[in-house]
Design a protein around this ligand. Structure first.
Ligand SMILES: C[S@@+](CC[C@H](N)C(=O)[O-])C[C@H]1O[C@@H](n2cnc3c(N)ncnc32)[C@H](O)[C@@H]1O
Length: 235
């Protein structure tokens, strides 16, 4: 099946600004589109990600690229103290509208405004492919996590079986852009599936996390491999 053309992707030097603008634009309908595109499963993946790190009451959680704050909200519901970080003013406005008492900070994840070893858990939902420099982000995660702190990442992935990959491509690369164009923003929902090409392979992702200071890196697949969950422990 034909991939989404690479022209949906910005040039490297423009990526940061492109991504921020895209998310500012789609923020008002981001949650609605997420629920439709994932058939309502996205929150169950976020819950599973939080299960994997075994949150303790009162534990400090930093949710990277928090968007409208889904993961931060679910962590707070489990008694954690969660702070959501995002660089899109539009997404943070949507997060604050949903949760006026939630803690949200506007910042770039490659320069986190937190002290060394100040968090017990770092979470990040469906944002890795939007970052410009993954190594810097992983180094920042390692810096703010205390020794033994846990990291969990959710991201899109590709099923391994050929048949499932075909069905997945039909949904993710054809249906999603059309739904997005109809209900939200054409350019953004062309970029979102295309941006999966920025993701490193499983082996490379694990190697980069280990190089940043993580150990016990493991991967779990959701929905026949359409979604990956990476869990790691700070050395
Ligand atoms: C696909 S959304 C994910 C939102 C949320 N984590 C979720 O689970 O739905 C990606 C988010 O990453 C944010 N983002 C991308 N690059 C960023 C960066 N360098 N620093 C901070 N936020 C960033 C975007 O603004 C957007 O809100």
């Amino acid at each position: 099946m034909e991939l989404i053309p690479k022209r949906s992707l910005p040039e490297a030097e423009h990526k940061r600004e492109f991504v921020r603008t895209i998310f500012d634009r789609i923020a008002p309908r981001y949650d609605l589109l997420n629920r439709i595109i994932t058939l309502g499963l996205d929150q169950s993946w976020r819950r599973a990600a939080l299960d994997s790190v075994g949150l303790k009451p009162g534990e400090r959680v930093v949710d990277l690229a928090t968007g409208t704050g889904d993961l931060a909200e679910l962590a707070c519901a489990r008694g954690a103290q969660a702070i959501g970080v995002d660089f899109s003013g539009g997404m943070l406005r949507a997060a604050r509208n949903r949760r006026p008492h939630g803690l949200f900070v506007q910042a770039d994840v490659s320069q986190l405004p937190f002290r060394d070893a100040s968090a017990g858990v770092v979470t990040c939902g469906f944002a890795l492919r939007n970052f410009t420099d993954l190594n810097t982000v992983f180094a920042e995660c390692a810096r703010i996590l205390e020794p033994g702190g846990r990291l969990v990442l959710l991201e899109v992935d590709e099923p391994r079986s050929r048949l499932l990959r075909w069905g997945h491509a039909l949904h993710f690369q054809h249906l999603v852009p059309r739904l997005g164009a109809w209900l939200s923003d054409r350019e953004a929902y062309r970029y979102l599936p295309a941006s999966a090409t920025y993701l490193p392979s499983e082996e490379e992702l694990i190697a980069r996390l280990e190089a940043a200071g993580f150990t016990r890196v493991s991967k779990r697949r959701h929905l026949f491999g359409a979604v990956q969950q990476i869990r790691a422990t700070r050395i």
